[in-house]
Design a protein around this ligand. Sequence first.
Ligand code: MG
Length: 194
Amino acid sequence: MHGLQAWIFDLDGTLTLAQHDFPAIRRQLGIPAEADILAYLKSCAPAERLRLQSELDAIERELAQQVSPAPGAAELIRHLHAEGHKLGILTRNLQQVARDSLAVIGVLDCFAAEDILGRDQAEPKPGPGGILDLLSRWQQSPRDAVMLGDFRFDLEAGRAAGCHTCLIHPENSWPALADWHMPDCGSLLRFLQQ
Ligand SMILES: [Mg+2]
């Protein structure tokens, strides 16, 4: 892991503390309990899709105001940036919300503006499109890259792109999908500093 050049992070629940109550968001939007929110929106008729989309955007902008850093997240990003690695964000959230959240946790300056991909800039995870876009722009091989996140979609996106994967979550819930498992960003930083 120490030799990897390209580091692509999920945002919510990985670099920031999980604050999305997805069941509550589904209820607010009137979306079936078991549905993937973005896939459901895509399946709606255009007028309904626009209405739900703007409601969801408003919810996420509101949540961004209350964001707080996950343990060790800012220090980990600072460390990787200082080492000269390529850093990207791939989130199913809005790009502007991602920028605001990174600013609140104090690491926005570690990311090039075009390397923060939200749901309007890239195929949503678990699709690999966003990872492949970043790697192609950076001229990096998937072999030298890792996708890090707190959910199955992050790991599946990494696998589909052919890069390494790291689950950042207290529980190792998807061992078959993760090359590494770290309980939090601080543990990963300590591992890298060994
Ligand atoms: Mg997440």
